[in-house]
Each structure stands twice: as C-alpha cells, then as structure tokens.
Design a protein around this ligand. Structure first.
Ligand SMILES: [Zn+2]
Length: 248
C-alpha cells in the first residue's frame, strides 16, 4: 500500500517491549492516529527526535488495517523545554491528553493543531500564566468539538447588558433570566469580557489578554465546570497536575 504523509504532534508515547513504541499523533489531515514505531528507542534511529514526546514532525507512514506504521519522522519543532519544568510538563501532558480524547481518527482539524502548537510554545517558553493558557485551550477545544459559549448576549433573552451570570448550558445570562437556569452563578463583568474575548479571538490571539488574579480565579472556576460538564472523563493527568499545584 502507498505511503501517506502528514504533519503532526506526538501526544503520547506508549512503550512496547524494549525498543518499540506506539505513538498517538495529532495530525493535520488524518485526525488523531496510532502509529507503531519499531526500534524507535535506539539513538541511532533516524526518527528518534521526530518521534519523541511533544515533537512536531513531518511523518511518512504506512497504513495498515488497524493502525499506521512509522516510516520516518522528520522533526520540525521540538518542545524539549517542556521537560525541564515539572509544572509546565504536567500542563502539557494534560493538554495532550484532552486533545487525544476529543478528536478521533479521520477528523482533520488543522486549526486545532495550530492552536495546540501555540499552546505548547507558550508553555515551553514560560510565556504567560499557565493557568490562563489552560483555560483558553479548554474553551477552544470544546469549541472545536462543537460546544460553544454565548458570551455576547443573554442566552435567555438576547439582552446585551448586565450579563453577570453564567450557566453551563453554554452562556452568559442577565439578572432576570438567570432564575430560569438553576445551575447559574454570578460572574464579574471582567470575567464576562474575558470569556467573550477568548471565544471570539482567533487562534493565538486568544491567549493574549490580561486579567487580575481574582478574575483569573473566576475564569478557572467557570472553565472547569463547563469543561467537566461536557467532557465526561476523569483524566489522571489532571489529577497529577492538581497534585503538583497543591490543589489535591
Ligand atoms: Zn436575559
């Protein structure tokens, strides 16, 4: 069978025996795929760097019945710095996990891949608050999965002002509509503005906003509740991250 090629990020590497590994790769044109990499643990393997965790590479693959086989992986961008900081590494591992969970094979998402690369870049270069990066990525990932947030007008009546409540149904609410949504809770105007900004800004611009510590705490709370409502899975990597951060 003919080879296929793609650009992709290695989200996960599972060891198989002494020399082999199964890679989970988020690609630009094949979605999230499994790739069997034989002899990849050897430093002499020409694809050693390209197939390492969090590498962004150009892959040549041989399709088989239930997975792909690695022919070569040429490194395009390394996020090696991620492994030098335990906290940022934990963030990246969680980000990789939720990405692998939310996308499937044959689901081409080049825009989401670009966002993931920006996210890894920011984490690897210690640029920006990692908590804020996580919020933005989670909201964007939900958006790419078809779950958006209405942050401009009230979800109940379309009012444009006084949007000081939030519901996990997916949007902001005015003071009179919030009573119709039992799960709704109060948010600040700055938090509403930040959500609006994140949901409307394109790709890497979505990360570049400044909020106070108090508003960031709000954003973390809102995003966590919203994300767990729609992504019904407990990620060990999140538990690990929270342990490192002293939250669990
Ligand atoms: Zn309303």
């Amino acid at each position: 069978m003919a080879y296929v090629s793609c650009n992709g990020v290695v989200l996960k590497r599972t060891k198989v025996g002494d020399n082999d590994a199964i890679l989970t790769v988020f690609t630009d044109n094949l979605g999230v795929i499994k790739v069997s990499a034989k002899g990849i643990k050897s430093l002499k393997n020409k694809s050693f760097a390209g197939a390492s965790l969090f590498s962004y590479s150009y892959f040549t693959l041989r399709p088989a019945k239930d997975m792909y086989y690695l022919v070569s992986a040429e490194l395009k961008m390394s996020f090696y710095n991620l492994s030098t900081n335990i906290e940022r590494l934990a963030y990246a591992t969680y980000i990789a996990d939720i990405t692998a969970y939310c996308f499937t094979e044959n689901q081409a998402e080049p825009e989401a891949l670009a966002l993931l690369l920006n996210t890894f870049y920011l984490l690897a270069n210690k640029s920006g608050d990692a908590r804020q990066i996580k919020c933005v990525y989670e909201l964007k990932l939900l958006y790419f999965s078809g779950i958006g947030i209405e942050a401009k007008v009230c979800l109940g009546c379309g009012a444009e002002k006084g949007l000081l409540y939030f519901t996990n149904e997916g949007g902001v609410l005015c003071a009179s509509c919030h009573k119709k949504f039992p799960d709704s809770f109060k948010i600040s105007q700055d938090a509403q503005k930040a959500i609006f900004y994140i949901t409307n800004a394109e790709n890497k611009k979505a990360f570049s906003f400044k909020v106070s510590e108090r508003v960031l705490e709000e954003l973390l709370y809102i995003t966590e509740g919203f994300f767990t409502k729609y992504i019904d899975k407990k990620f060990y990597s999140l538990h690990y991250l929270n342990t490192i951060l002293g939250k669990e």
